[in-house]
Ligand binder design. Structure first.
Ligand SMILES: CCCCCCC/C=C/C(=O)SCCNC(=O)CCNC(=O)[C@H](O)C(C)(C)COP(=O)(O)OP(=O)(O)OC[C@H]1O[C@@H](n2cnc3c(N)ncnc32)[C@H](O)[C@@H]1OP(=O)(O)O
Ligand SMILES: NC(=O)C1=CN([C@@H]2O[C@H](COP(=O)(O)OP(=O)(O)OC[C@H]3O[C@@H](n4cnc5c(N)ncnc54)[C@H](OP(=O)(O)O)[C@@H]3O)[C@@H](O)[C@H]2O)C=CC1
Length: 262
């Protein structure tokens, strides 16, 4: 009989999680490590990821998972290549790549400057391109998996996020296209499209602190990072062996379902 516990596990794998100093990326790294994975956590500032790796090492000592913190701006190709090298040097493989690093600001389309537009495309789409290309050979060597973090804003219109929505829509398309190209090499490429998730990043866009995200909203239609991490762990595990090129929305109950009067 199939051991379902093992099929849902990512234990023993090595995962790189970009943008892991905060929010969703941090939760994914912590969840993978708690399940026995080795995780490489990266962000633009070494001092932001060092405490994450430290906490993970303390919490997962008995499970066998380990953590490495690497400073890496995903828009910097050389830094991304160094990230991949550091991963393989430390852990011997790169089995799972989570392209989570992302950013946005809210603005009317007509107020977005060329630099602002390019910046959002570079982080969200360019970063995914850089990391995935740099990791290619290692992913193919081990029959690995890529998990992109897009957004519901990349699947439908979302006001004041035209730059971000366009970038994330491209990530969704890249997911399904690359899944075709790499399926023959045993690499699965999938994507998660979160709705609103209470993170420091979302709060800063809204001009508030993460603790001030409305509790009632949290229970109703704003998720928490761990709910995205659960989906990521499923996609990285053998339980998702037949899931290829998909974008899974994790966005709670849509507004239209809010008040069914029945
Ligand atoms: C139905 C939809 C449901 C789903 C919705 C999902 C919503 C989720 C969104 C998220 O992704 S939240 C998590 C991501 N985290 C963040 O976005 C972090 C917060 N943002 C930032 O840290 C910054 O804003 C930034 C995006 C990283 C940019 O900062 P940076 O210091 O790198 O660049 P700047 O030099 O400040 O700006 C570059 C360029 O952009 C213009 N710009 C910046 N903010 C605005 C703005 N609010 N309005 C208009 N333009 C803006 C800025 O002016 C610069 O352009 P130039 O002036 O040089 O032309
Ligand atoms: N929160 C939400 O409502 C939603 C989020 N998403 C997506 O989920 C992902 C994570 O978002 P969230 O956790 O909210 O964001 P946060 O802003 O809380 O975290 C973003 C992370 O990315 C890192 N980062 C930013 N720019 C770069 C870069 N150029 N290179 C490397 N790391 C970088 C930040 O670290 P540092 O500052 O230390 O570099 C931080 O660790 C993003 O892709 C976002 O678009 C999608 C839909 C909804």
């Amino acid at each position: 009989m199939t051991d379902h516990t093992d099929r849902f596990s990512v234990g023993g794998r090595t995962a790189v999680v970009t943008g892991a100093s905060s929010g969703i990326g941090r939760a994914i790294a912590e969840e993978f490590a708690a399940d026995g994975a080795n995780v490489v956590v990266c962000s633009r500032e070494q001092e932001n990821v060092d405490p994450v790796a430290e906490t993970i090492r303390e919490q997962t000592e008995e499970r066998g998972g380990d953590a490495l913190a690497v400073e890496c701006d995903v828009t910097d190709r050389e830094a991304v290549e160094a990230l991949v090298e550091a991963t393989v040097e430390k852990f011997g493989s790169l089995d799972v790549l989570v392209n989570n690093a992302g950013a946005s600001f809210m603005a009317n389309f007509e107020d977005i400057s060329p630099n602002g537009w390019q910046k959002i495309l570079d982080i969200n789409l360019g970063g995914t391109y850089n990391c995935t290309q740099a990791a290619e050979q290692h992913l193919k060597d081990g029959g690995g998996s890529v998990i992109n973090v897009a957004s519901v804003a990349g699947q439908q219109g979302a006001p004041y996020m035209s730059h971000y929505g366009a970038a994330k829509a491209a990530v969704v398309n890249l997911t399904s296209t690359l899944a075709f190209e790499w399926a023959g090499d045993g690499v699965r490429v999938n994507c998660i499209a979160p709705g609103f998730v209470a993170t420091p990043g979302l709060a800063s866009q809204m001009g508030i602190s993460a603790d001030d995200v409305d509790r009632e909203e949290v229970e109703r239609r704003v998720g928490v990072s761990e709910e995205i991490a659960d989906v990521a762990r499923f996609l990285a595990s053998d339980a998702a062996s037949f899931v290829v090129g998909e974008t899974i929305a994790a966005a709670g109950v849509p507004d239209v379902m809010e008040s069914p009067d029945v």
